[in-house]
Structure formats: structure tokens, C-alpha cells
Design a protein around this ligand. Structure first.
Ligand SMILES: [Fe+2]
Length: 568
């Protein structure tokens, strides 16, 4: 209150501001105007005045920044993302140059292994960083109840939800909300979030018609899964904030760009990354890269800028603080060369300069995790269950790099059993349990690859042509505390150690990129035909993607969650 009273005195010209940014072309997110010769007066990290240039009261400490010929924008807000194999520090370091000052982070992976405790450690890492973090609490939707053992109970969920930095419950896979027991759990969490005026984040890949409407009845108000113009429109009409994803997992802008030619209200469109991998960070950037793509594809810059500022802020009930350059808001301000060229030269968060002249002026906060979080790969006895040599069996076939389907094949038919590898799902937190399935269409010709970075499950997945190589991979993954390993026989060909919870590496981004590149190249050299083989294998157990998935209990058919074996 006192702070806002002083701000008003600055606006009146009675108290000098700390900083004046003058003579810029200012983007007004409310009217979509680019207004020339504008000033912003800043006091105590907040904006006091925005308007035509005139000379305010100054004192010796008042800093003046001349933005003549440049464009002033609010700091960007990323509305939905995940860490993608990187630690928090490296993430922050690579987010700053792109002009993102606020990030809404999903909290799935540490939660998967350590439940509430994992999420709390993760949140500690997000505190005190030079950029601002908010988060959503992961509902931890798994394929079957046994993938949800670490999911938060109501009493664990409630204190997090009351945290002002928590904006709601994270993405709920639509199929999960309709399940008997698993569904009731997330339905309760969703209504709890709504009771506290927080958001329920959606995930509606492939949902349509009545199913989509039924899902929406649970209070879900955002979705980052639409991949066609029609899907975007269907969701907009149902009142969703539609988050168009343009990141490392998928790039949807080219497929949905037709939406921007329609005569509709764009204020419920948001642009998000849903996660950027080390290669993406180094080669293209973060949300700034997505924004540049949008503008390049013909999205009018003023609409594109609204999608990463005010629209996101309004969705998350943050527009009283963020998303605009107007009085009483946080002084999160970017300076970029021109309207159509998004390339921040200067970034400020709450009045403090965090990026200038091509360099960050702040260092990320060091993040610390307890030792036991680096020792999470524990395999009970396993046997490599023998595979039949004849007859018909059930396999999982890759239809795209992510989508799979159930395929029954005759093992005695050489054509049908072509391009097939073993696929072992192994509980990797020491509870025991394994299932040996078959994967068709990967392309791997030699050796074995294994990962602990699997989405939405505590299973390690190992794809392999022979059990000797598979054993080498398992042994190595235990030794390095998790990640991804490719081996042929006794030889480790390439690896990506991700020792934090078996999910993340804390090394510098350049090293991560080089390690992943080497691993992907060695897999492709040995036959794998998919562009991002690590992603293809990491997603084999997620209920987020259709149609047949795998756990250490067996295959799981997503449609009815039937657990199926090899036998037909
Ligand atoms: Fe996501």
C-alpha cells in the first residue's frame, strides 16, 4: 500500500523516479498500438507512469535510459514449460537473453520420483532467481494406479495450492479424468484448485466433441495440445485459453497459423514452448525463438506480443502485476530494435537490469539438491523374460516419432516380424517388476539403448537387439545414476548422464547438447530412423500420447487402460 502511494506521487511528479526510460516506441498491450515518443518512470521496481515524454522531477540518483528509435515491450511470460533434461541454473541462464522475465513451470519429474518432497526441492531451486517463477502442481497422471503412487494427496496438495506462487494444478491428461479411481483423484484436485480461484491446466490431445466438452466440465481452462486450426477453434469456442506450442517436443505454429486470418478475438491465444531441449536452446533460443517464428509466419507482431504478455497474465490472474506496461505494474521491460524484429537488447525485471548489450548482468542462483536425489536408480533382480519364437504376438508399433499402435504379428512371417526390437520396461526405483515387450518401427539394427528419463513413469525403458547389450546398458545406467546409454555388447558407445533423479543433468548447456547429439547420432548411425530418438523412447510410457503404451506390468491400451501381454 505504502509502495503504491509513493508510486502515485512519482506519477504526479512530486517524487523522483529511480529510472526513466525515454523516447521509446511503446507497445500498448490493451489497444495494440505502438505509441511513439513514450517514457516509462520506474520506482521501487514498479511502473509509476507511462506516457508522452516530458521532463519529470529527477534527483542525482535517477537513471535515464534513452530508447530513441527502439521499441519498448513488457517482459515475456512463458505460460507452460518443463525443464528438458537441464538443471534450473542452466535453464535460467539461457532464458534471460530471450527477454522472458516470468516462467510458469510444470513440476512433474521430481514429483514422480519423490512426490511432494521432490516438488518442494524443485520449488526451492526456483526461488530467488533473476527471472520470476510461478508453478503449477503436477497431478502426476500415470497409465495405471501404480504409476501414481507418488501423486499428492489432498492434504499435501492444499498447502502448495495456497502458495501465491502456485497458479493451479498442472496439465491433467484428458483420458485420465474419466478413469474410475485415478479420475476421481484428479477431479477432486481440480475442484480444490477452482475453490481457491486457481487454474486447472488441460491436456486434450485428440479429444473432440462430447468428450472434450465433458472434460471441460471439470473446470479446465487451458490447453496446449491443439495441432490443427479446427482444434484451436473448437477450444476457443469452449472458452479455453489456447496455448499454441512451439518448442522442442512439437512445433504447431505452421499447422495452426490459418487461425490468424480469421475475424475472431485473439485474446485467448497464448504462445508457449512446453519445454526446449539443449539443442533448441543453443541453436534457436527460447520463447523468443517461438515469437520470431510466429512473426515470420505472418502473425501480426502486435498479436504475437499479446500472446506472450497480457493474454498469459490474464489467464493466470496475474494481469494486475504483469503483462503490460502500465502504472502500478512490475517494471519488467524489454527494449528491442523494431516492431517486427524481436531481439532484446535490454531486459529489466522489477526495475533491475538483467540483460544489456548482449550479456546477462546477473547470475542464476545456485541450486542444491540432497545427495539421495542423485542415487535414484535401483534395479531389483531382473531376468529378461524369454520371448516366444513362433505364433502370434502383440507388438507396439511406432506410427510417428511419438504415436504408437497395437500391432499383432506372426513371428513366423519374416515380413511381419521385420524391424522389431525387444522393449524392456523395468521398475527402476527398486520395487521390482519387469515386462518384456516388442517394439516395431524403431529401426535399431545393433546394440541397445536405455533411458531413465521416461515421461510420467518410474520405469526404465531399454530397447535392444540382444540381451547382452541390454544388460550393459542397465549396469551403466545404475553406475551413472540415470540418463540415456547406448551400448553394443560390452562397449558403451555414447551416453547422457542425468543423475538428478535420473532425469536431469546439471552440466553446462553446451555440454548437454554435445552429449545428446553424440547419442542421437550413434543411434541414427545404427539404424534408428526418427529425428529425436531420445524423445521417442522417453515417451513410450506416457498416457499423454496414443495408442499403445508400456509399463513394467505390460502394454497398456490407452483407450480402455487394459493391461495386455505379448500373447494374443
Ligand atoms: Fe506440458
Amino acid at each position: 500500500m505504502e509502495k503504491r502511494r509513493i508510486l502515485s506521487e512519482v506519477a504526479l511528479g512530486d517524487v523522483p523516479p529511480d529510472t526513466i526510460i525515454k523516447s521509446g516506441t511503446l507497445f500498448n498491450v490493451f489497444t495494440r498500438e505502438f505509441l511513439k515518443d513514450q517514457s516509462i518512470w520506474i520506482k521501487d521496481g514498479m511502473i509509476a507512469y507511462v506516457g508522452p515524454d516530458h521532463d519529470p522531477l529527477k534527483d542525482v540518483t535517477t537513471q535515464v535510459i534513452d530508447a530513441e528509435g527502439m521499441v519498448l515491450l513488457p517482459g515475456l511470460i512463458e505460460g507452460h514449460t518443463h525443464l528438458n533434461r537441464t538443471g534450473i541454473e542452466e535453464f535460467v541462464r539461457h532464458v534471460i537473453p530471450g527477454g522472458v522475465t516470468t516462467v510458469v513451470m510444470e513440476t512433474i519429474d521430481l514429483g514422480l520420483i519423490f512426490g511432494k518432497e521432490g516438488i518442494e526441492y524443485f520449488l526451492r531451486g526456483l526461488e530467488g532467481q533473476p527471472i520470476r517463477f510461478y508453478y503449477t502442481v503436477a497431478p502426476l497422471c500415470g497409465l495405471t494406479p501404480s504409476e501414481e503412487i507418488k501423486a499428492l494427496k489432498r492434504k499435501e496438495f492444499l498447502p502448495l495450492l495456497r502458495d501465491p506462487n502456485c497458479l493451479g494444478i498442472g496439465e491433467i491428461y484428458w483420458g485420465n479424468i474419466f478413469l474410475k479411481k485415478q479420475g476421481e483423484r484428479v477431479q477432486k484436485l481440480a475442484s480444490l484448485a477452482l475453490d481457491l480461484n486457481k487454474r486447472v491446466e488441460g491436456h486434450t490431445a485428440g479429444a473432440t466433441g462430447k468428450k472434450l466438452q465433458a472434460y471441460t466440465c471439470f473446470g479446465v481452462s487451458s490447453d496446449h495440445e491443439p495441432i490443427t486450426e479446427e482444434e484451436v477453434m473448437e477450444r476457443l469456442r469452449l472458452g479455453y485459453w489456447v496455448m499454441i506450442r512451439e518448442g522442442s517436443v512439437r512445433k504447431e505454429l505452421p499447422g495452426v497459423k490459418g487461425v490468424f486470418n480469421k475475424k475472431i478475438d485473439f485474446r485467448r491465444l497464448i504462445l508457449v514452448t512446453d519445454g526446449i531441449d539443449p539443442e533448441g536452446f543453443i541453436e534457436e533460443g527460447y520463447l523468443d525463438a517461438s515469437l520470431r517464428t510466429a512473426i515470420k509466419l505472418g502473425v501480426p507482431p502486435e498479436i504475437a506480443y499479446q500472446m506472450v504478455t497480457i493474454n498469459v497474465a490474464e489467464h493466470f490472474h496475474l494481469d494486475h502485476l504483469l503483462g503490460s506496461l502500465s502504472p502500478g505494474k512490475m517494471a519488467d521491460i524489454l527494449i528491442t530494435p523494431s516492431v517486427g524484429e524481436f531481439s532484446p537488447q535490454f531486459a529489466m525485471r522489477e526495475g533491475k537490469v538483467i540483460f544489456k548489450d548482449g550479456k546477462a548482468t546477473v547470475e542464476p542462483q545456485k541450486t542444491a539438491f540432497p545427495n539421495y536425489m542423485f542415487k535414484t536408480v535401483s534395479i531389483a533382480d531382473h531376468t529378461f523374460p524369454p520371448l516366444p519364437h513362433k505364433g502370434k504376438v502383440r507388438t507396439m508399433e511406432l506410427v510417428t516419432d511419438l504415436v504408437t499402435k497395437e500391432k499383432i504379428i506372426d513371428l513366423e512371417n519374416p515380413e511381419e516380424s521385420r524391424d522389431m526390437v525387444m522393449l524392456l520396461a523395468l521398475d527402476r526405483v527398486g520395487q521390482g517388476g519387469e515386462f518384456m515387450g516388442l517394439l516395431k518401427g524403431l529401426g535399431l539394427q545393433r546394440g541397445a539403448y536405455g533411458t531413465t528419463m521416461s515421461w510420467d513413469t518410474i520405469d526404465m525403458f531399454i530397447v535392444g537387439c540382444d540381451t547382452h547389450s541390454m544388460e550393459t546398458v542397465i549396469r551403466r545406467l545404475i553406475e551413472i545414476g540415470g540418463g540415456g546409454v547406448y551400448a553394443i555388447g560390452d562397449d558403451i558407445v555414447s551416453e547422457f548422464p542425468a543423475p538428478l533423479c535420473g532425469m536431469y543433468s546439471l552440466k553446462p548447456m553446451e555440454i548437454l547438447r554435445a552429449e545428446i547429439k553424440k547419442l542421437e547420432e550413434s543411434l541414427k548411425r545404427n539404424g534408428v530412423r526418427w529425428e529425436k530418438p531420445l524423445l521417442t523412447i522417453d515417451t513410450l510410457g506416457t498416457p499423454a500420447i496414443p495408442h499403445l503404451r508400456i509399463t513394467h506390468h505390460g502394454y497398456v491400451r490407452l483407450r480402455d487402460r487394459a493391461v495386455l501381454g505379448l500373447e494374443v
